[in-house]
Design a protein around this ligand. Sequence first.
Ligand SMILES: [Zn+2]
Length: 262
Amino acid sequence: MKLSQPTEKRLPGRPKEASEAELLRYEALWVDTFRGLRDGNPEIETEVPAGSSMFIKRSGPGQEQLYIEGFGKPPRVIRQPKFSTTPDELRSWRSRVQKEQDQFEEAMLDPAPVRAKVAAIPSERRLWEALKRADNATRVRRIYSQSNIWLKPRLEFPGGGFIEHWPFRRILYRDAEAFCLAKLDPRYPGRDQRKSGDYRRVEYLARVMAGLTVRLAPSTAVEMLRKMKHTEQCICWRCLMQIAPRFPISLARYLAEGNWFR
Ligand SMILES: [Zn+2]
């Protein structure tokens, strides 16, 4: 990723650097989505910070909810009691939320990691195969709607309620037609039969979807991501994983060997 150019050189409108960074970020999110759809996540044992890994406060109309997820433990959902309207009840709910939040933050700062199992997430391989075959928007939208895991934009709470955790996934539904068209492009490695071939398709389709997510034409996004320069100081997801373009190993090979963020 290029570092910022001096401000005076910027063209009017959206700064180029910002859209490049955004495109690159969505590339990773879409790789995660398609790779997960194809392979799922295995159960792994890893060193994690003691305590919880995710803390979500859901407010808005109705009752508030806390969603707290820890490695190797089932998620906890704490709901604001119904009809808690008196000042005392509200105060006691606020202090409960604060206590949970403090505990969570303390655990995040705790330097002593524990070994914990991270639960496996199944693949939806059938949907991945169908997505590759889909040649019209209706089919793509049907596949999208059939997904229970990897294409869903919402994280659902065990006892009802949800948060929109992966809103970008909706773009596959919205731009289903552009997705199909992008597979007709000669750059799509549709016939790559190598073991890593499917991961080249993951990469290409992730670039297409990253483009559509930031409202760039797929072919523009594919080219921008292909030609993007990563400096020695770059700390983007590719450089952190030590893969191409700055490092010799390609994303496809990296994925084919079973590596990814866990
Ligand atoms: Zn980089």
